[in-house]
Design a protein around this ligand. Sequence first.
Ligand code: GLU
Length: 300
Amino acid sequence: MSGIRYRGRFAPSPTGPLHFGSLVAAVGSYLEAQSRGGEWLVRMEDPDPPRVVPGAADRILATLEAFGFDWDGEVVCQGRRAEAYHAALHALRKLGRIYPCGCSRREIADSGVAGLEGFVYPGTCRDGLAADRAARTLRLRTDNEVVEFRDGLQGRVCQRLADDIGDFVVYRADRVFCYQLAVVVDDGAQGITHVVRGADLLDSTPRQILLQRLLGLPTPTYLHLPVAVNESGEKLSKQTLAAPVEPQDPLPALVAVLRFLNQNPPEELAEGDIAGFWRWALAHWDPSALPPVRIKRVAG
Ligand code: GLU
């Protein structure tokens, strides 16, 4: 991996077609990588088989291609990376940082304290599973460490993981590796140096940095773009069934993304062709104009 100074990536989850919110992450990460002479990889984040929609990965890739994205190397699919995740889990277990947990969501909600993302795990199974309980998950033990980093757009982020998040799940009894572990293992294995993605993952980053430290992996540079929300403040995600971006009509969506990212595209850009769009976008890409907010409304 020596000599690589910038390797970025786009990591969509194949739980539905590409929508405006994920296109923002795709365009932002792509232009950042391109403007710095870097590489840009695509990875399918599908570690959770029940959530994967058949055909969605191919559809996303076809849309990216139709939109003129040009990625480096093979597309990695998390579904085929179980061995690497097992090895990481094993390493964490050897460090004494993993324990089985038998608590249901309900039990955690009943006894937990609200944290940054739902309830903070109260630590019920930390010192061993009660004899009558079966493990539902494996959790990572958070100690008193404070994780701090400077995001390229959102500024300083600081979490005391034990209080803000609590011991978090890395593996489920239905044999699913959780996102936080999988993404850290994959970013490490692919030598990702820069992560540009949606700010809905800003609060996940300290967990990922902790895992990187424990696994001896380097920490990439992070830049979290605003999450696109509609007029009623709902995230434009597959879950809210936001209109998918149409592969047959890329330019209006691409221009809308540049506008969302305060890049000031001229109206005529939507009437040209894809090659012309990317030429303009790359020549005028200005990270200092990006909106430094976590959430931004998409103008209707
Ligand atoms: N798979 C996540 C998503 O589609 C992105 C994860 C990441 O970029 O780390 O929102």
